[in-house]
Design a protein around this ligand. Structure first.
Ligand code: AGP
Length: 369
């Protein structure tokens, strides 16, 4: 096992650190920005259906569902097709309205999640086309879907999903860009620009990983907190959900992720000097609004940990801690911003003496409903 961990204390840490490579592996042979090429083999025979779909329905559980939420923003922004993101466990029992004009995307690391499998069977029986985004080659989901793309992240052993999440988002990003280009909703010059930027993500994730020591220091300060709030908007809202889930799973600290603007509709009542609030406040279209949410938390003496874009000065003056990540396109920020949140949950859990790779009550794949 020590050999499998490759010198790391835990699989989770190894997998967090593998992300520059796993994202690059996911894009290898698919993305060639210089020549404007983006090829997803699994899509080839279904591109027509995809392009002409009335609606995209994404179904998944847990972290994979969070990747689906990021994809909702991606598909709607670039391809202008309405998207619904469904918990597989709800979708399968709701008698949902599905037609043969719907394109269903099922996301799963393991490819074995019982609820996701049942959601696929249901959608299939209504005539929809099902596309799988899975990590484990030859697992049940790729065998039951019409087509799909593997994430190629390599084996993920830690129960808390890390590199599978960023690989899922990488596949979904490529799908959204391709679809947008084909549908003409994403102009060629912008498409080329985005492809170029997407290729730089592995090296930017590599840079973000270097924040590890700083994050360890932050973890020391908050390891005994009883609650955490994670806030973000737009593309960073699912990142907030994912940061909170990671902390809950492995450190057993209660954490909630929320869209930052929803804070005033409830969670703001929780804020006092005991409450650490993690903001994902990168320079994007909702930056100014998130900054005013930070001020609201500060006024109530909450402790602020902010993930910001490199060079940010405004948030520095307000936050207790800032974590500066490399700048990228707004749509690609989740791929980088989630990394320090994974590290934060990892260090807090280790400091609390928790079993990071096999947290209590959790299984790597949930094959029962
Ligand atoms: C992630 O950290 C969790 N362990 C869990 O939410 C997981 O993402 C969920 O069970 C879905 O699994 P899947 O991707 O293998 O379908």
């Amino acid at each position: 096992e020590a050999i499998e961990k490759g010198g790391y204390e835990h699989f989770m840490l190894k997998e967090i650190n593998e992300q520059p490579r796993s994202i690059a592996d996911c894009m290898r042979g698919r993305l060639d920005a210089q020549n404007g090429r983006l090829v997803l083999g699994g899509l080839r025979d279904y591109m027509n259906k995809f392009q002409n779909a009335d609606r995209i329905i994404i179904t998944a559980c847990g972290t994979s569902w969070h990747a689906g939420l990021v994809a909702e923003y991606l598909f709607e922004e670039f391809a202008r097709i309405p998207v619904e993101v469904e918990y597989a466990s709800e979708f399968r029992y709701r008698n949902p309205v599905i037609s043969d004009k719907d394109f269903i995307i099922a996301i799963s690391q393991s490819g074995e999640t019982a609820d996701t499998l049942a959601a696929i069977e249901l959608a299939k029986s209504k005539g929809a086309t099902i596309f799988g985004v899975c990590n484990v080659v030859g697992s049940s989901i790729p065998r039951t879907t019409h087509a799909g793309s593997y994430t190629h992240a390599g084996p993920e052993i830690g129960v808390a999903s890390t590199k599978a999440f960023t690989a899922q988002i990488s596949v979904l990003t490529m799908m959204a860009l391709k679809l947008g280009y084909k549908r003409g909703t994403l102009p060629e010059n912008r498409y080329m620009q985005l492809l170029g930027e997407l290729e730089t993500i592995p090296s930017k994730v590599e840079k973000a990983l270097k924040l590890n020591d700083k994050i360890k220091e932050i973890a020391k300060e908050y390891k005994d907190a009883r609650n955490f709030l994670y806030l973000g908007r737009g593309y960073n809202f699912p990142v907030a959900l994912e940061g909170a889930l990671k902390l809950k799973e492995i450190s057993y600290i209660h954490a909630e992720g929320y869209p930052a603007a929803e804070m005033k509709h409830g969670p703001i009542a929780l804020i006092d000097e005991e409450m650490p609030v993690v903001f994902i406040a990168t320079k994007d279209s909702s930056y100014e609004k998130v900054v005013s949410n930070i001020q609201e938390v500060k006024a109530r003496k909450g402790k602020i940990i902010a993930v910001v874009t490199e060079g940010d000065t405004a948030v520095k003056g307000m936050a207790d801690h800032v974590i500066e990540i490399p700048e990228t396109e707004e749509a690609f920020v989740p791929l980088i911003a989630v990394v320090p949140l994974q590290q934060l949950s990892y260090h807090i859990a280790v400091m609390r003496g928790c079993n990071v790779d096999q947290p209590r009550n959790l299984a790597k794949s949930v094959t029962v409903e």
